[in-house]
Design a protein around this ligand. Sequence first.
Ligand SMILES: [Zn+2]
Length: 315
Amino acid sequence: MSTGYYAFHQHFGHDTGEDHPEHACRILALEQILKKSGVWDHLTIHEGQAAHLPDILRAHSKAYVDELHLIQPEQGHIMVDEDTTMSSGSLEAALYSVGTTTQALDDLLKNVHHNAFAATRPPGHHAERSKSMGFCFFNNTAVAALRAADVHHLQRIAILDFDAHQGNGTIDILQNDQRFLLLSSFQHPFYPYTHFEQNKYTNLVNVHLSQGATGTEFRQGIEEHWAPALKRFAPELILVSAGFDAHKDDPMAELNLEEQDFAWIGQWIARYCQSRNIPWLAILEGGYDLNALARSATLFIAAMLEKQAIQQTSA
Ligand SMILES: [Zn+2]
């Protein structure tokens, strides 16, 4: 039983410019608190790798991938949508983000670890089949889900997304495909506004959190809506779009979760997976207040380690 931590230095090349909330210090802050808390010493650290194009093309159109290569600037920045900045190193970082996620997936399915965390940036869950959006170019989670199904031949993969924003890209790519169950909790109504309503899709379960919602509402929503759907679906693998921007200090959303709520959801998933011997992979999405992100994600990762580190971290 062990937990893998997958990261890559190429993300430093994804320069989003001054005053952009999604920047390289997010990963640095997380790793600093992981080390300070002692959690780092319990993880098996891996250096990530670049994606293979066929993996990306399961989730994204070739025309879209070609277009990203064409528009990437040689210097300076361009805006790919109103929020998504691209610099000369962005595409390489995005390719490593995907490749690191699929590497972690492959290791899990070879029983190298029982769970793993991929410290990805740029994030992925807003990227649709043919559209960059919300700081995202390629949908790391959807690519991993499709690889698990098509290459590893898994038949039931659950995707749990607790980022403060609905993962519109993941739903766009995996909608109505019965190999995937999409469980989501997010502030509503809120960005990305292209709301994917549950009753329009056969594999989507939404937990709506109103502006100002606390951990109490979050935990209730998970127990009432995610738990029965997971039980019915009986997944062979769980992928987690792990966004930490529902924290009360986060500037990009208006929810009031606290660090212990992220420890709780980590323990909730860990318990579920441990009792059924299901591998699980968490992939970093949002989280923009450095201190809140680092502390929340560290508690979440400590929960992945199960008993020993949970006690150490809370001590
Ligand atoms: Zn978010």
